[in-house]
Design a protein around this ligand. Structure first.
Ligand code: NAD
Length: 450
């Protein structure tokens, strides 16, 4: 099929590449000329594992343009995949979505054949319906049908999640369902040519597709993110308890996670969730509930626990060092999780500002986001290219992102360059036993007793 994707961010571009991988011809459209220029040169405009290889492998089926007119003429199906960030009151900001929708409409109304327009953005319940009403009001319902197909990919394994999703959510009327089932048939039945670098998860033969109305699709996306955020806040509360009662939260998580009703995923205690989705989507769902007169108490607690968790871990650092003024802290990891260069809502940023306010000197490192960090962190933060430089003269090291290279750090490596001996493991990614008797290891909920 011929497909257009409006927005070449983490979702739009990886969706476009996955659709090309399963055999469709895809035009990727973006207003950002630098992104399109980079893509035309065969370069991925952001870091995502295997994306560069996949762009190359599918180059004969991928086209790039800044012209929505040129892009949409091509499509039987057109996806909207632009950002839906957060408004100051917590609601979803739909400015980009409305702009992209308006531009799409102005092209599609003149197009001879009909188009299925598919919203992939995370947007409040009722968004697709209200956009459909606009289509109807302009007398374009025969030409343009609108569907909601929320995305559940994780940055860091976006391509794999696109090709081997846990499920597809297809929200819309019967003709929309029929077109989307046709479009996604190779994924649903797992019949596409497997990319060299992305093996299919064992046992995956069929991907379930949920055919629902647009409201259910929209709510399901928010509910999924809120549930995952709840698991993180829950285990962080358990970790805070574990600190008080000298138990080990990792073992507790293994024990409760072994129960199939609970599951082990998203039960890693630490400094809390961040990124471009969980913080904004939990706030947007709460806002949505509020506007319907419903007080979503559990969700409010999830948000509150997360906001407090980072500060709680900083307090552990303060307790260990005493006064932070004049102390040097080596911050390892700036992205909100490993495998991505995304710094949006990364807990590292408010945490670093907090430490600076208390008078600490910050040296920081990130294996992929070091360069972008220059634009979001003040100049007095010393950004280092190597981990060893970051540790130079540090009183404490603070692991904020569990990148694999930090997980290999040993007391010997740390002590070689550090002045002090405090290790704050904000992601519980080190083995505390390695540090016993050598350095002061501080984890989250790791009050281990033999
Ligand atoms: P992003 O910010 O990475 O990318 C959005 C892109 O859209 C940008 O390249 C921007 O230049 C482009 N754009 C904005 N207005 C445009 C217009 N009028 N025409 C063409 N291009 C335009 O965003 P993202 O992270 O890919 O997220 C997109 C949507 O998917 C959001 O609603 C988000 O909540 C949702 N989502 C994101 C993830 C994730 O992990 N990032 C996962 C699931 C769902």
């Amino acid at each position: 099929m011929k497909v257009a994707v409006i927005g070449t961010g983490y979702v739009g571009l990886t969706t476009g590449v996955a659709l090309a991988q399963i055999g469709h011809d895809v035009v990727c459209i973006d207003v950002d000329e630098r992104k399109i220029a980079s893509l035309r040169q065969g370069k991925a405009p952001f870091f995502e594992p295997f994306l560069a290889d996949a762009l190359d492998a599918n180059r004969s089926r991928l086209y790039y343009t800044t012209s929505i007119k040129e892009g949409l003429v091509h499509g039987d199906v057109a996806f909207l995949a632009v950002g839906t960030p957060q408004n100051p009151n917590g609601s979803a900001n739909l400015t980009y979505l409305h702009q992209a929708f308006a531009s799409a409409l102005s092209v599609l109304e003149k197009k001879a054949s009909s188009t299925l327009l598919v919203n992939k953005c995370t947007a409040p319940v009722g968004t697709t319906e209200s956009l459909s009403q606009e289509i109807a009001a302009r007398g374009l319902s025969d030409q343009i049908n609108l569907a909601s197909n929320p995305e559940f990919l994780r940055q860091g394994c976006a391509l794999s999640d696109n090709l081997y999703p846990n499920r597809l959510v297809l929200g819309g009327n019967a003709p929309a369902h029929e077109t989307l089932l046709r479009l996604y048939a190779p994924i649903i039945n797992q019949t596409f040519h497997l990319p060299a670098h992305l093996p299919r998860p064992q046992g995956l033969q069929q991907v379930p597709a949920f055919l629902v109305n647009t409201r259910t699709a929209e709510l399901a996306k928010y509910a999924a993110n809120a549930f995952l955020a709840m698991k993180i806040s829950f285990i962080n509360e358990v970790a805070n308890m574990a600190d008080l009662v000298e138990a080990d939260v990792i073992q507790v998580a293994d024990i409760i996670g072994a129960d199939v009703r609970i599951g082990r995923a998203f039960l890693n205690a630490g400094i809390g969730y961040g990124g471009s989705c969980f913080p904004k989507d939990t706030l947007a769902l709460r806002h949505m509930a509020d506007t319907h007169g419903y007080h979503f108490k559990l969700l409010s607690a999830v948000i509150e626990v997360n906001n407090a968790q980072c500060i709680r871990v900083v307090e552990k650092l303060r307790d260990a060092l005493g006064e932070l003024r004049g102390k040097t802290i080596a911050v390892l990891g700036l992205t909100f999780k490993p495998g991505t260069d995304d710094l949006r809502e990364a807990p590292s940023i408010p945490m670093i500002y907090h430490l600076l306010l208390e008078g600490a000197n910050i040296r920081a490192h990130d294996p992929v986001a070091g360069d972008q960090a220059r634009f979001v962190l003040p100049h007095k933060v010393k950004l280092c290219a190597e981990v060893q430089d970051t540790l130079e003269g540090a009183d404490a090291v603070f692991i904020v992102t569990e990148w694999p290279l930090y997980q290999k750090l040993t007391p010997e490596v740390l002590k070689e360059k550090m002045r002090g001996n405090v290790v704050v493991d904000g992601r519980n990614c080190l083995d505390p036993r390695l540090f016993a008797g050598q350095m002061r290891y501080i984890g989250v909920g790791r009050g281990l007793k033999p």
